[in-house]
Design a protein around this ligand. Structure first.
Ligand code: ZN
Length: 511
């Protein structure tokens, strides 16, 4: 940092550094809790996590940050900052304003209610009884509405719900999302029909053959290594472990992923590993000099999802990738897959079929599940529907969009944990990630026109380098809409993603 940088800025960044280091410690002991911790450790772990969370709150709401921000934003000092430094100041201010404006009692009450609601949700889901969950969900919604009302003023958003979306997808309004999702829905419903009414249908029974877990572990490592997520070398910055629900956590040089192996569903772990490895290489390719700065993080949840879905679906479910990897998978798996044919396998892993469950859905129907949730959340926070009406609206939407009949609320609106834990505003990120991918892919194709051929020969290096340079290395320099414009020269646009799907599925299904 040059000597001309005002001391207020330097002090501000020092304070943030402590916060960021503490956060990275929290993420690793959170990972340990789900992977390695012996059962008896849970009480001690809860104490550790509660203390860290109190310290984090103290650090991020320290009044000194407020006065340093004031100082750093005085025109005489602010003018001396470059764009990166200005962005850091912006990000610190945003976090500080949000953290200090939310009353502590509201934050504590929400955390408590989310824990209660999550516990009741598990029981209600097992009992297929929404009436158990309803009163707890109503309390969660009330508390999130209170927070959204406050955050709306701090963030200057058009609606309370927009303030919740902004937590995950900064500066992306629900009006914009509604607009792109309507267009996406129309395209997806048409494509869905073409796939499901086509006489050529894949045989998915081949995916239920039993592959020993040890072989699946070896395949998982090979897949990680293929995408440049190093989990085996002496100097590796990653590792693959096992949890019920796969996730990625960590920071720069220590980014870990998890997966789940099912003996009778070998494809599940392969695609979860590719998905999480896509998240991991994003974190590992953030600009080194931005480590410990607010800017040294991902742009948004949607951009993060774009990177995991790029690796999982666009790369990992492409015929070209399997031209390279299919013989390798067969060799590792041995007898159970010895007579498997590549074309049959590629079609089976890309079967389009409307389902009731989001996490079991394919590339064509996935976003429809998200659009349903987004519409419900938006209308719930606008007071157009109540918690009581959610099941009916949910079931009707599933019938309208996907043509499936929901038999009970456990396979309906109680399937996901997000609402119990107060995660309103998060769902849109999943489908926005898909839309971003279409645009990113189009742009990548202009500089790497033969990326598909490269993939078929086992070369992922150029693609990875392109993503690192054009997406990952920008960190949090831009909000997602600005980042997409910076990368592609265009604003948010659904067409490239729909074109990608149309081309891919017309080849698989012959239409
Ligand atoms: Zn993800």
């Amino acid at each position: 940092m040059s000597e001309h940088v005002p001391s207020s800025y330097k002090k501000l960044l020092q304070k943030m550094e402590d916060f960021i280091v503490l956060q990275s410690a929290e993420s690793i002991i959170g990972w340990d809790m789900l992977t390695m911790m012996p059962p008896k450790g849970i009480e001690l772990r809860s104490r550790q996590l509660a203390l860290i969370s109190r310290f984090e709150h103290k650090l991020s709401t320290n009044p000194e940050i407020g006065s340093l921000l004031k100082q750093a934003m005085k025109p005489s000092e602010y003018e001396k900052l470059n764009d990166v430094q200005k962005r850091n100041v912006y990000l610190v201010k945003k976090q500080y304003d949000e953290q200090t404006k939310l009353p502590e009692e509201l934050v504590a009450e929400t955390a408590k209610q989310q824990a209660i609601a999550t516990d009741v949700w598990k029981k209600a889901k097992a009992a297929k009884d929404f009436s158990l969950f309803k009163p707890e969900l109503e309390k969660v919604v009330e508390l999130r509405k209170k927070a959204a009302d406050i955050l709306m003023k701090v963030k200057d958003t058009a609606t309370p719900y927009d303030a919740l979306v902004d937590i995950f997808e900064p500066k992306t309004s629900s009006v914009t999302i509604t607009h792109v999702f309507d267009e996406l829905r129309e395209g997806l419903v048409k494509l869905l029909k073409k796939c499901t009414t086509n006489p050529k249908q894949p045989d998915t029974d081949i995916l239920w053959r039993e592959v020993p877990i040890d072989a699946q572990r070896t395949i998982a490592k090979a897949l990680s290594e293929f995408v440049g997520y190093d989990v085996t070398s002496k100097n590796s910055g990653g590792r693959v472990d096992e949890t019920e629900h796969p996730f990625t956590t960590g920071y720069y040089d220590d980014v870990r992923i998890t997966t789940h192996y099912y003996e009778d569903d070998f494809a599940a772990s392969m695609f979860s590993v590719l998905h999480e490895a896509g998240h991991a290489i994003y974190e590992q390719n953030l600009r080194r000099e931005w480590m410990f700065q607010p800017i040294g993080t991902a742009s948004s949840s949607g951009i993060h999802e774009s990177q995991s879905r790029m690796v999982e679906n666009i790369i990992g479910r492409s015929p070209e990738f399997w031209t390279y990897f299919f013989p390798k998978m067969k060799k590792i798996a041995g007898a159970p897959l010895s007579d498997l044919k590549q074309d049959d396998f590629v079609h089976a892993i890309n079967k389009v079929q409307p389902s009731k469950i989001r996490i079991e859905s394919d590339e064509v129907t996935y976003s429809l599940h998200i659009i349903i949730r987004f519409n419900l959340e938006r209308d719930l926070f606008a007071g157009r529907i109540s918690v009581k009406e959610l099941p009916d609206v949910w079931n009707q939407s599933y019938s309208d969009y996907l043509g499936v009949k929901i038999e009970n609320d456990s396979e309906g609106l109680m399937q996901d944990t997000h609402w119990a834990s107060g995660g309103f505003g998060y769902f849109p990120s999943y489908a926005l990630g898909n839309i971003y991918d279409g645009q990113i892919l189009d742009t990548m194709g202009k500089t790497l026109p033969d990326w598909r051929r490269q993939l078929s020969t086992g070369n992922f290096g150029d693609i990875k380098q392109w993503l690192a340079r054009n997406v990952h290395s920008y960190g949090n320099m831009y909000d997602p809409s600005d980042l997409i414009k910076k990368i592609t020269g265009e604003k948010l646009n659904v067409k490239p993603y729909l074109n990608y799907l149309e081309t891919k599925y017309s080849m698989l299904y012959d239409f």
